[in-house]
Design a protein around this ligand. Structure first.
Ligand SMILES: [Zn+2]
Ligand SMILES: [Zn+2]
Length: 293
């Protein structure tokens, strides 16, 4: 679409799942939400889904319908970071898969043994799930990615880099409609004296929006140093170093209630203040505009 950035439809990023590791429900999780990672990036011509956690069910209802007979078909593309349960468990609950005119392209990390397609079909089948993935009516296509791969989804440019986290894990950067979004939901904090995570820095470089792991406090990290995640301070430091415009704290720990997440956000805002970095914390149902206020 020609024209200046002013005339472009703004890219929208909506959070349907913000919680890491395990879904949770109840009054303590009301404001930030309890579903596991699933985020919708809406560009001028594409629907891009980031991860397939339990939030994917509501995301499907949002882009189609929750009607028991199914809603209108949907054409969408998913970028899957890795195959831990919290990032894939929503896949068979994505309503548009029940429509034979829907098309769902799923990109994710190539597995050490077998491919993405066979790995997911191994999980979505009896006895783990009532039916096999093949019985869902939509056209479902899987694409294996490796570190450094880049490709296009419509007019959006996507880049994948390996991120430090147990198992094969990717982070993504999407450049579309003059805006850039980096997504790194699970990120093992680099310890002192360990090599820099170049992939993460490259994806974040000058991004308008960074959605990043911020699961732990310093105290929690001291007890879980190699559990695959990082602190709020680490996320802020990475965002500042990379010149990010807006950092969204993400992958909230199941043990953190709304008040705790408020306190973690306050700390992050305080840390980021001298740099001018904007920091918010992901809330289920919220939409943010990369490059906007
Ligand atoms: Zn996770
Ligand atoms: Zn993980």
């Amino acid at each position: 679409m020609p024209g200046s950035a002013d005339t472009l439809v703004p890219v929208e990023v909506t959070f349907f799942g913000t919680r890491g590791s395990c879904p949770c429900s109840g009054g303590a999780y009301q404001r930030y939400g309890g579903n596991t990672p699933s985020v919708l990036v809406k560009t001028s011509d594409e629907l891009i889904v980031l991860d397939l956690g339990t939030g994917l069910r509501a995301l499907g209802a949002h882009v189609s319908s929750d009607h028991p007979a199914g809603g209108p078909p949907v054409r969408a593309t998913a970028l899957l970071t890795h195959l831990h349960f919290d990032h894939i468990i929503g896949l068979p609950f994505f309503g548009p898969l029940r429509h034979h005119d829907s098309v769902f392209e799923v990109y994710g990390p190539r597995q050490p043994r077998g491919n993405l397609d066979s790995a997911l079909r191994e999980i979505v089948r009896p006895p783990f799930f009532p039916v096999q993935l093949d019985t869902l009516l939509a056209e479902l296509r899987f694409h294996d990615l490796a570190d450094g791969d880049h490709f296009a989804i419509g007019d959006a440019k996507v880049r994948a880099r390996t991120i430090q986290h147990p198992g094969t894990t990717l982070g993504y950067r999407i450049d579309a409609d003059g805006r850039s979004v980096a997504y790194i939901p699970d990120h093992q904090q680099v310890g002192e004296g360990e090599p820099e995570d170049d992939g993460a820095l490259e994806l974040c470089d000058g991004a308008d929006l960074l959605v990043h792991d911020a699961q732990y406090t310093d105290f929690e990290l001291s007890h879980k140093p190699k559990w695959g995640h990082c602190t709020v301070d680490y996320a802020v430091n990475l965002a500042v170093r990379a010149g990010v415009g807006h950092l969204v704290l993400f992958h909230h720990d199941p043990s953190h209630d709304d008040e705790m997440l408020d306190r973690m956000l306050e700390r992050a805002v305080e840390l980021a203040r001298p740099s001018g970095l904007r920091v918010t914390s992901a809330r289920e149902g919220e939409t943010v505009l990369p490059g906007g206020r």
